[in-house]
Design a protein around this ligand. Structure first.
Ligand SMILES: NC(=O)c1ccc[n+]([C@@H]2O[C@H](COP(=O)([O-])OP(=O)(O)OC[C@H]3O[C@@H](n4cnc5c(N)ncnc54)[C@H](OP(=O)(O)O)[C@@H]3O)[C@@H](O)[C@H]2O)c1
Length: 328
């Protein structure tokens, strides 16, 4: 099969598309013929082994796995002997666990628990949305959002931000999204009640306070945002922050039991893909697709994602989605 193979840490120049052995599913796995995959910030962090302690999880000297990519959407090609709920030909999507090889390839093997059948009516390229939504959901579940809670999302235009706006709205929260001028209409179309332009002035002086504030793009700090918090309000980040300060603050707030600051940490994937499918089918969640690249040009996709300027997701079209192409 063709795959984007990565045998050492480095820049996108080390991503090479070449022949690789096609995987074989064990008893509890499915072999998926990948139609669409994605390149996201998690892949870019793994590529450069940044931050450096990531190597403890991804491999000390070189990447432990040689094919990256978390999101996949495609068709079941074959199933392991213990699989009863899927069969060859089923259209599925999901998120690869980070231990095994990923989905930036023509085929991937994944355990059954990270797979769901495609949301009704969705194209494959619209279904490679799990990574951003997974981290957004990790933050929102920790908040335990309820109807009427006020949430400010700093950075509503990335993969995590666009997902968080939609998932928070489906929980009944009132959402304010802070974005650049060019994304104001987008975040309103995703359901944000208020869109604030960070290029037009200091977003911390908008004259409102919130139950929850999230830095979804690693571009602000707790100290800058604390005036936006109501008494007892909580700040969350998806990034370590300058000099790892979010980690230190999260540890401190855990030790002191103030629970005022925390960092999004990935939980278990099982159950999440089915939850997201439910939101998509209920019309509460849609993909925001920035660019698409063929597998052969995946190194360019990494280069673009590394700029930190993508809007929503960047799709790798492993097999052009003919059905989708007919509809668009
Ligand atoms: N905790 C984890 O394990 C984990 C996992 C994945 C990602 N992350 C981190 O989470 C962050 C977000 O990830 P992502 O995938 O959502 O990122 P992304 O898609 O790359 O987000 C980029 C978006 O951020 C916007 N942006 C840039 N500067 C901004 C600013 N100062 N204020 C507001 N928006 C700004 C950009 O638009 P404009 O430039 O037009 O404003 C762009 O639309 C990254 O820092 C990433 O490293 C953490």
């Amino acid at each position: 099969m063709k795959a984007a193979v990565i045998t050492r840490y480095g820049s996108p120049d080390v991503v090479t598309v070449r022949e690789a052995p096609r995987p074989t599913p064990v008893a509890g796995e499915l072999l998926i013929r990948v139609h669409a995959a994605s390149v996201n910030r998690t892949d870019c962090g793994e590529l450069r082994a940044h931050p450096v302690f990531m190597r403890l999880f991804t491999g000390l000297r070189r990447p432990r796995r040689t094919i990256f990519g978390l999101d996949f959407a495609g068709e079941v090609e074959a199933v392991g002997s213990a699989i009863t709920s899927f069969k060859p030909g089923d259209r599925v999507f999901g998120m690869c666990p980070s231990r095994g090889n990923g989905a930036q390839a023509e085929y991937v093997c994944v355990p059954e628990r990270v797979v769901a059948t495609m949301p009704a009516g969705a194209r494959f390229d619209e279904a490679v949305v799990c990574e951003g939504a997974f981290y957004a959901n990790a933050v929102l579940s920790k908040f335990g959002l309820k109807d009427g809670d006020k949430l400010l999302i700093h950075g509503g235009s990335g993969a995590i931000g666009t997902a968080m706006i939609q998932l928070a709205k489906s929980s009944g929260a009132a959402v304010t999204a802070v974005v650049a001028t060019r994304h104001l209409e987008l975040v309103k179309s995703l359901g944000a009640d208020r869109a604030v332009d960070y290029t037009a002035g200091d977003f911390t002086r908008i004259g409102e306070t919130f139950d929850f504030v999230v830095d979804a793009v690693g571009k602000t700090t707790f100290f800058r945002c604390r005036k936006l918090l109501k008494p007892g309000g909580v700040f969350a980040a998806t990034d370590l922050g300058p000099w790892g300060q979010n980690l230190a603050l999260a540890m401190w707030s855990s030790i002191t039991r103030s629970h005022r600051v925390f960092i999004a940490t990935p939980g278990r994937i099982g159950g999440f893909v089915g939850y997201l499918k439910g939101r998509i089918e209920a019309g509460q969640f849609r993909a925001v697709i920035d660019r698409k690249y063929p597998l052969a040009a995946i190194a360019d996709a990494y280069r673009y994602v590394e700029t930190g300027q993508k809007v929503g997701i960047v799709v790798i079209d492993v097999v052009a989605d003919e059905e989708g192409a007919r509809r668009t």
